[in-house]
Design a protein around this ligand. Sequence first.
Ligand SMILES: Cc1cc2nc3c(=O)[nH]c(=O)nc-3n(C[C@H](O)[C@H](O)[C@H](O)COP(=O)(O)OP(=O)(O)OC[C@H]3O[C@@H](n4cnc5c(N)ncnc54)[C@H](O)[C@@H]3O)c2cc1C
Length: 398
Amino acid sequence: MDFNLPGEDDPRRIEVRAWFGDNPKPTYRQIAERGFTAPHWPRPWGLDADPELQYIIDTEIERTGMTPPSKINGIATNQCGQALLHFGTDAQRQRFIPPGLACEEIWCMLFSEPSGGSDLGAIRTSARRDGDNYIIKGHKIWTSIADHSDIGVLIARTDPTAPKHKGLSQFLIDMKAPGVTVRPIADLTGEENEYNEVFLDEVRVPADRLLGREGDGWRIVMSQLQTERMMMTQPAAVFGAGPTARELMSGLIQTGRIKDPLIRDEAARLYIEGELCRLLSLRSLSRRMQGQPAGVEGNLGKMIAAPHGQRICDLAKRSQGPGAMVRNPNVLPLPDKSFGRFQDWDYAYWFSPAGTLGVGTQEVLKNVVSERILGLPRELDPTADFPFNQVAVLRAAS
Ligand SMILES: Cc1cc2nc3c(=O)[nH]c(=O)nc-3n(C[C@H](O)[C@H](O)[C@H](O)COP(=O)(O)OP(=O)(O)OC[C@H]3O[C@@H](n4cnc5c(N)ncnc54)[C@H](O)[C@@H]3O)c2cc1C
């Protein structure tokens, strides 16, 4: 691994910092138009940046204290926007990418369904062609930020007679279209600001909103999930965001709670674990800087970073003693820097169980790591080759 990350005197860093100096309070549109939202994307959307320049821009945005565009509109600026670059038409790119990168249109990802989110090949939402439209009917669940999204990236079954992974297609749907109903779901934090159920009742979607070709849905999903897991490898409280073990340690020192030998012992262990996660994530950055493909290591990073995030939130909470029984937004002091909604350790604690479920559960990630990194035999899916509409009939008969 090459530890030589671009330093303070790197000319590219000086140039990026100068732009933020000239534009001290930039809008997200200005940042997007300067190519800083997705610098690794090709021009005109990005800067064709190599991972080093991307790293410089990310750290300079972080330095301004503003919430990075990727935390506001991650589905557009990361996994699904990237898929649109590769699989979309030029007209789709012109229509959707500029407002997506400028965070003016918020996107959500309509994949999981009540029948299960791990086995996306088994989704039941259907898309039936009707002249110049598709008619979408189905039910999605756990859709993050659907309640304030404008665009939904939806996977639906266009061919029920094809095997489960082959009859799927993706669409960019208008979340305000007639027939789309969004119902927020309260989570463990007691708030309704993450998940939603989305009901799709005969929603008419113009055929030019199909992403790629009919039947490409599974191929596109795989590319999106790989990118998404790669983003989650940072050793932070939840999904690569929020405070890290470093902030935990400094909060414990500032409050004097570190003097408790049991807390000190655990904090030291978590600090080391956090540094190991950081090295893993730097290793993957270093690989990309050397031009090597991202590979499936994002699965491994996410599998290790998610329970680590839960453990640091747990120690932050427990370090308060009996005070932890009540809601306390100031569990430990945090530095003056934006941690988004995980600014509050208590909120992060209640949200953190989601970290080992979303973007692939631990079990599913372990399957990927064992099959694709360790080379163990693949899990068998006896339904994979049957026409999807016969699987239920076969199940009933068996
Ligand atoms: C914070 C958060 C945000 C989310 N945001 C979105 C979103 O924006 N859009 C979206 O579409 N979805 C979203 N999800 C849903 C998420 O993708 C699913 O929760 C996840 O894929 C698991 O699906 P499931 O909950 O239906 O569990 P299931 O798939 O029903 O799994 C149930 C249990 O079975 C285990 N299991 C399943 N298959 C296997 C297997 N092959 N081998 C071993 N064990 C297995 C799982 O590990 C789990 O413990 C979000 C979830 C969370 C927690």
